[in-house]
Design a protein around this ligand. Structure first.
Ligand code: GLU
Length: 257
C-alpha cells in the first residue's frame, strides 16, 4: 500500500510552498488509495513552537487536506532514534565525536579560508581505543556522527529523473546532537523506514539531503522509498518565493480573504 507523509517543521505558519507539497502528497495518497501520515519535525527545539504546530494543522484542515495518521511528533520518539543510533554504533557505522564547538568552528573557518568545503575532518573517527576509553571516562559531552560508506549514490527520481552523487558526497554528518536530540536527516531517515513510507514527495530544496538519507537507510539494512522532488514556487523575479514577494503564509492569505 502507498504510504506518504507530510512533514512540516513547526517553526512558522504554513507557507504556500509547503502547502503545495502537502497537496501533492494528499492527492497521491487519495489516488492510490494509500495513507497520508502527518509528521511534525520539531527537533529544532529552539525554533519549534506548539502554536505553529496548531496553526499548521488548522490551516491544513481549513484547506480540506485531510490525513490518515498522526500528527506524530518527533520529540515524542527520542527512544526510537537512540535505538537506531546504538545499532549503527554497534555495527561500526557511527561513532562518538568529542570535538568542541570552538574546535569545529576554528576548523570550519580554516577550511573556508583554504577554499575547501567545510566538512568534518574525521578527528574522532579513528581514535585509538585507549584514547577513546580515557575520554569516555572523563564523561565529556559528545555527538554521534555517521560513518558513511565510500559509495556513489544513485536514485531514479519520479519527477527529476536520475540523480548521481559521487562516492564522497556524504560526510560524517551528525546523527545525535549533544542533547541527544536527532538531526533532521537522521530523524527523517529513521521515520521514513519506521513508518513504512513508500514515496517521499517533497521540494527540490531537499535534494542535497537525499544521498544522506539513502545511505542511512541502507546502513539500517532497509530499502529506501521512491523519491520525487518537485519544483519550488518562485516569484515574478524567478527567485524562490519568500516574504519579500508579499504574503506567503496560508494564514495571511486567509485573513486577507
Ligand atoms: N521538515 C522538512 C521541511 O519542512 C521536510 C522534510 C522532508 O519532507 O523530508 O522542509
Amino acid at each position: 500500500m502507498v504510504r506518504v507523509r507530510f512533514a512540516p517543521s513547526p517553526t512558522g505558519h504554513l507557507h504556500v510552498g509547503n502547502t503545495r507539497t502537502a497537496l501533492m502528497n494528499y492527492l497521491f495518497a487519495r489516488k492510490e488509495q494509500g495513507r497520508l501520515v502527518v509528521r511534525i519535525e520539531d527537533t529544532d527545539i529552539e525554533r519549534s513552537a506548539a502554536d505553529y504546530e496548531r496553526s499548521i494543522l488548522d490551516d491544513l484542515e481549513w484547506l480540506g487536506i485531510s490525513w490518515d495518521e498522526g500528527p506524530i511528533r518527533q520529540t515524542d520518539r527520542l527512544p526510537t532514534y537512540h535505538t537506531y543510533a546504538q545499532d549503527l554504533l554497534e555495527k561500526g557505522r557511527a561513532y562518538r565525536c568529542y570535538c568542541t564547538e570552538e574546535e569545529l568552528e576554528r576548523k570550519r573557518k580554516e577550511a573556508i579560508r583554504k577554499g575547501e568545503p567545510p566538512r568534518y575532518d574525521g578527528t574522532c573517527r579513528d581514535l585509538p581505543p585507549e584514547v577513546r576509553k580515557q575520554i569516555e571516562g572523563e564523561g565529556r559531552p559528545f555527538v554521534v556522527r555517521f560513518k558513511p560508506f565510500a559509495k556513489a549514490i544513485h536514485w531514479a527520481d519520479t519527477i527529476c529523473g536520475d540523480f548521481h552523487f559521487p562516492h564522497n558526497a556524504v560526510d560524517d554528518f551528525i546523527l545525535l546532537k549533544q542533547s541527544g536530540v536527532p538531526s533532521y536527516n537522521f530523524a527523517a531517515a529513521v521515520d521514513d523506514v519506521e513508518m513504512g513510507i513508500t514515496h517521499v514527495i517533497r521540494g527540490a530544496d531537499h535534494v542535497p539531503n537525499t544521498p544522506k538519507q539513502i545511505m542511512l537507510i541502507e546502513a539500517f539494512g532497509r530499502k529506501p522509498p521512491q523519491y520525487a522532488h518537485h519544483s519550488l514556487l518562485v516569484g515574478n523575479d524567478r527567485k524562490q518565493l519568500s516574504k519579500r514577494h508579499g504574503a506567503t503564509s496560508v494564514r495571511d492569505l486567509r485573513e486577507m480573504g
